[in-house]
Design a protein around this ligand. Sequence first.
Ligand code: PAF
Length: 288
Amino acid sequence: MQIIHTVSEMQAFARSVRASGQTLGCVPTMGALHAGHASLVREAAAHHEHVVTSVFVNPTQFGPNEDFSRYPRTLDSDIDVVRAHGGTVVFAPPVDEMYPSGTTTMIHVGGVTAPYEGALRPGHFDGVATIVCKLLQAILPDEAYFGQKDYQQTLVIKQLVHDLLLPVRVTVCPTVREADGLAMSSRNIYLSAEDRQRASTIYRALRTGQALAHTGETRRVAYEQLMRDDISTLHDVTIDYLEAARAADLSTPDAFEHGEEIVLLAAVRMGTTRLIDNLLACVGGETA
Ligand code: PAF
């Protein structure tokens, strides 16, 4: 397995893969890899001869009071995870390689960035769109893999790729969960033992929303009421949002159509940790 630190070396590697008639998958990450990332690497390795996993804690997607400086940085164990799951390259550039001095360009994706994370974390999706675009320019992959856990982010990235005509296929893979349903996240390590136990309530709340969809409930407000019931029993927990929206574009009509695909979205703060999660559902039907 190769470890690459510079954009020029990364691009040269990608060109040599293409010249040899092989294909390249990529898994962009911020490191602190867990079983969710491992599943993305495995999926990419099942479809491509080469898999590049990028490990880059992107400063521009963190707000001033967020956890950029304490975000876990575990490159050695990340390399082990990538190797164990069939990855062939780890691309771990330093900050000045991705943001060379004199950089002034940031990318703003419209539409799907407006609600939810976009409203609560101003500038976050500009940072995500900018770094994903740069990583795709550096890695030059045929296909890029992302986890459904960051559902809104996947919509933003699809829109970015569509709007900027980027020659890459975007594949979204299912969220990997702990035995009790908590979505795997690099931030779960911040949870106290008590909060870790309570955190699975988020998944349970989303499941009640999913079950409600399957009954054919169309009123959007009914979802919020039901899902909040579960979580509002917990003390010291702040719900940033716990809602249903249209899966395609996150729009929020008063009533959904029968047969429409919706997404149940949660962002909940427990102690100093902010957790997000989501589930898809079809109104009046089983989700595929
Ligand atoms: O999902 C993440 O880990 C990050 O937002 C991403 C896509 C790697 C961009 O920094």
